[in-house]
Design a protein around this ligand. Structure first.
Ligand code: SF4
Length: 628
């Protein structure tokens, strides 16, 4: 069986789903292999031959239709051709010495993306990159410049070849909450773009190399769905006997109400939730040993209609899923890009992290905005610390790298403590980061122990920093408690990132101003160093979406669903204009992360009149003094 990662996901590290499945299937004696087509596509596009192919597409465009970034690319085409291979090799960490030339600023051609550097020139006319990166060294500066260069090239591609292309998502709107398959079907019937053609040839090459009888396409996000269908289209056209299977995070969330038979022109089977058990059942079925359609959580087409088959066999326990393997994925070819982002986002895009989970699902599973009813959140299942430490050691042995990203939605404090003890007992040095809930069992002692075990950063939800709304959303934390927990992490030397939210049902402008005041104080008191404000979206699977009246909102009617469903619009009679408030929140947070504006009245960030905060100016300081 061949598992493929379709474009786009992440550039710096492989998405872990195929690594998990491949490790598990090999444990069960299945001849399983994997390839990352997302990385392959990027490396092909941003190569000498890729740029020449882009140039040929541009040459077919009338001059009047060329955007300035495209004209700039053509004007400096030879320079782009000369620099693309060294720039990509540098971002892959394979050619660090070229960093000196990149930093000189006369090696890479500089398109519109470099304009951002002008925004950082301070009033003394100082070095803009010094403002942005402080005293960081040549390698970081060069990585940022090479990232801007790559972003310029992506803009050229988008303007001249395929407007749907982005580095982390591709043609996302065709799949995200798309009730009807029609837009995707139309796109799949359209003539191929250069991106489609490369995608097709990479897919067929992978099939020729591995000669699978089953190909699994794992789609974590809506931004990888179109490519997965294009890849399946190529496989079905050239190898109609190969069985194609679709699974992954997007399927688990958005395809639960699938009724569209045309999906099965591309895929023979679509499986929901964890893939281990459904795949074992599918193999039995295909071998002819299983009873007719004795499948697990799997859609297929029977006599032209979609049928959902679920024989309710139990899932493989988390302790028995085995160790993921990255065998087959070219770990030295991933690109460590460095955008001008907050420190936590930097961890996301920079460096290669082995992705592991400490447990399956979330031990809390109560937050009302979260998909708590879905398996990946709602089915909590842990494993002994010895098993986790064995997995960690096996992964280090295989990859040679000791950095881990624990990708749990909320890693349980008890399991983290046990794992820290086990790593300390084995005297095993690693570094790790991940998501948690800011709950009070993270005492200063535990935070120090986690730091000793290699924890370098954590993120957690403060959501709408408002005790009224935290209660309504059943987050199970208060602002004062978050202050104490985050301060304990920070004092242990662990970077803290807060997920923040605005636009929750019944949230008023006053709530938003107050939340920003709490956030200002948390930065000022050294509790958090990084944060991001997300706009609340109501999903059909969350408690808010399932019981809107409890949250004071009315859902708008959804169209008939035959394909994907996730987000649902709603009417909140509170009537707050969250769009305009959101801009101010982003601006404020960006400045707070750079230590700017921490003494100012938070009203200064808003363009419109907003109420004065009701939060005491020293609320967080007092909460910290008060202790647990
Ligand atoms: S938001 Fe996080 S903590 Fe809350 S239920 Fe979901 S995964 Fe668990």
């Amino acid at each position: 069986m061949l598992s493929l990662i379709p474009p786009m996901t992440q550039l710096n590290t492989p998405y872990p789903s195929t690594a998990y499945l491949t490790g598990f299937l090999r444990l069960r004696g299945v001849d399983a292999v994997q390839e990352d087509i997302a990385l392959g596509l990027v490396l092909e596009l941003f190569s000498h031959t890729g740029l020449q192919a882009i140039r040929e597409c541009i040459d077919e465009l009338p001059a009047s239709e060329r955007a300035p970034v495209v004209t700039g690319f053509c004007d400096h085409f030879d320079r782009y051709l000369a620099t693309v291979t060294p720039a990509v090799a540098f971002l892959q960490g394979r050619d660090p010495s070229i960093g000196h030339r990149i930093c000189g600023r006369d090696f890479l051609p500089e398109g519109p993306r470099f304009d951002v550097l002008d925004n950082f020139i301070d009033s003394d006319g100082g070095d803009p990159l010094a403002w942005a990166f402080g005293t960081l060294g040549v390698q970081d500066r060069a990585r940022h410049l090479a990232t801007l260069y790559l972003n310029d090239l992506a803009d050229v591609l988008r303007e001249a070849v395929d407007p749907r292309f982005e580095f982390v998502r591709y043609a996302e709107s065709l799949a995200h909450s798309q009730a009807s398959f029609d837009p995707l079907a139309e796109a799949l019937a359209a003539p191929q773009t250069l991106v489609d053609r490369i995608l097709e040839s990479l897919t067929l090459e992978a099939v020729d190399r591995n000669k699978p009888n089953i190909v699994l396409l794992s789609v974590p996000f809506p931004g990888s769905v179109y490519a997965a269908f294009r890849m399946a289209q190529a496989i079905k056209a050239n190898h109609p006997r190969i069985v194609t299977v679709l699974g992954g995070g997007w399927v688990n969330t958005e395809l639960r109400e699938l009724k569209e038979p045309r999906v099965f022109d591309y895929f023979d089977f679509v499986s929901l939730d964890d893939g281990e058990r459904p795949l074992l059942a599918l193999f039995e079925h295909l071998d002819g040993h299983g009873q007719d359609l004795n499948l697990v959580r799997t859609f297929t087409r029977v006599d032209g209609d979609v049928r959902y088959c679920n024989s309710n066999q139990p899932d493989v326990p988390f302790a028995e899923v085995g160790t993921p393997t990255w065998d087959g994925l070219p770990l030295d070819r991933y690109l460590s890009v460095l955008d001008m982002l907050n420190p936590m986002h930097r961890l996301w895009s920079d460096g290669r992290w082995n992705k592991l989970t400490v447990a399956h699902g979330c031990y809390w599973k109560k937050c009302s905005f979260c998909d708590v009813g879905l398996d990946y959140i709602g089915r909590y299942d842990g494993a002994p610390a010895e098993v986790l430490a064995d997995r960690i050691e096996a992964v280090i042995e295989e990859t040679g790298q000791s950095g881990f990203h624990f990708v749990d939605e909320a890693a349980p404090p008890k399991a983290l403590k046990a794992l820290a003890e086990e790593l300390q007992r084995r005297n095993r040095a690693i570094s790790w980061w991940g998501n948690i809930r800011f709950e009070k069992s993270f005492t200063p002692e535990l935070c120090n122990q986690l730091a000793d075990s290699g924890c370098i950063a954590i993120s957690g939800g403060l959501e709408v920093a408002s005790d009224r709304l935290l209660k309504l959303m059943k987050k199970g934390v208060s602002v004062a408690q978050v202050a104490r927990v985050t301060r304990a992490f920070s004092e242990a030397g662990i970077l803290v990132h807060a997920y923040l939210m605005y636009g929750f049902p019944t949230e008023t402008a006053q709530d938003t101003v107050d939340a920003l005041e709490y956030v200002r104080q948390l930065f000022a008191e050294g509790c958090i160093q990084s944060g991001f404000f997300h706009r609340f979206t109501c999903t059909v699977h969350s408690p808010v979406g399932l019981n809107p009246a409890e949250y004071g909102i009315t859902l708008k009617q959804l169209p008939p669903i035959t394909f994907a469903t996730n987000d649902v619009d709603f009417i909140d009679p509170t009537g707050t204009d969250h769009d305009s408030l959101g801009t101010a929140l982003d601006k404020a947070l960006y400045n707070f992360m750079h230590g700017v504006g921490l003494d100012e009245d938070v009203r200064t960030w808003f363009d419109q009149r907003v109420p004065k905060t009701r939060v005491g100016r020293h609320f967080i300081a007092r909460a910290l003094d008060a202790g647990p």
